[in-house]
Design a protein around this ligand. Structure first.
Ligand code: SF4
Ligand code: SF4
Length: 161
C-alpha cells in the first residue's frame, strides 16, 4: 500500500513520543550512578577521619598524599589530604581500608580537565580546616590544664614531704 512505511514510522514515533524518555540533557542533567559506582572525587568526612594513614598505605599507585600532624596531646589530625586523580586506578582499596568509613566517592563522572594541576584534589575543605584548627586549639588548652594540674599536685606532694 502506498505510504504504509511512512505510517508505520509515524506510529513508532508517536509511541516513543509518549513513552518513557531514554535521553537526558547532559551536561545540565547527569545520570544518577549506582551504589557501587567508583568514580569522581574522593570525599573525606573530617569528623570521622582518625588520621591513621591506612588509605594511603593501601593505595597501590601512591595516589594519596597526606599531611598529618599531632596535637599537644599527641593525637593525630589530618591537615591536608591530596588525591592525585591522574594517578588513581579507581580500585577502591583506599575506601575499603578506611575503618571509620570516612572516605567515599562523589560519583561525579564528568571530571575531565585540560589542566594537570586540576587533577590534584585537596579533600580537606574550608570546614575541615576550621575543624582541624579547633581540634588543635582544644588539645592545646586541655594539655595546658593537665600540665597545670600535674604541677600543682607535684607542688602539693613536695610540700607534704
Ligand atoms: S582508588 Fe585505588 S588508586 Fe585511587 S586513590 Fe584509592 S587506592 Fe589509590
Ligand atoms: S584510612 Fe580513613 S581514617 Fe585513616 S587516614 Fe584514611 S581517611 Fe582517615
Amino acid at each position: 500500500m502506498f505510504g504504509e512505511g511512512l505510517l508505520t514510522g509515524m506510529g513508532v514515533t508517536w509511541k516513543h513520543f509518549w513513552g518513557k524518555k531514554e535521553t537526558f540533557c547532559y551536561p545540565e542533567e547527569k545520570l544518577p550512578m549506582t551504589e557501587r559506582f567508583r568514580g569522581g572525587h574522593l570525599v573525606l568526612d573530617h569528623q570521622k577521619c582518625i588520621a591513621c594513614s591506612l588509605c594511603s598505605l593501601a593505595c597501590p599507585n601512591q595516589a594519596i598524599k597526606l599531611k598529618i600532624v599531632p596535637d599537644a596531646k599527641k593525637k593525630r589530625h589530618m591537615q591536608s589530604y591530596v588525591h592525585l586523580i591522574g594517578r588513581c586506578l579507581y580500585c577502591n582499596l583506599c575506601v575499603e581500608a578506611c575503618n571509620p568509613r570516612a572516605l567515599s566517592w562523589d560519583k561525579n563522572y564528568a571530571i575531565s580537565s585540560w589542566h594537570p594541576e586540576d587533577m590534584d584534589d585537596e579533600l580537606v575543605t574550608e570546614e575541615g580546616r576550621a575543624y582541624f584548627e579547633m581540634m588543635m586549639a582544644k588539645a592545646k588548652e586541655e594539655a595546658e590544664v593537665e600540665a597545670k594540674a600535674k604541677a600543682e599536685t607535684e607542688t602539693a606532694g613536695g610540700g607534704d614531704a
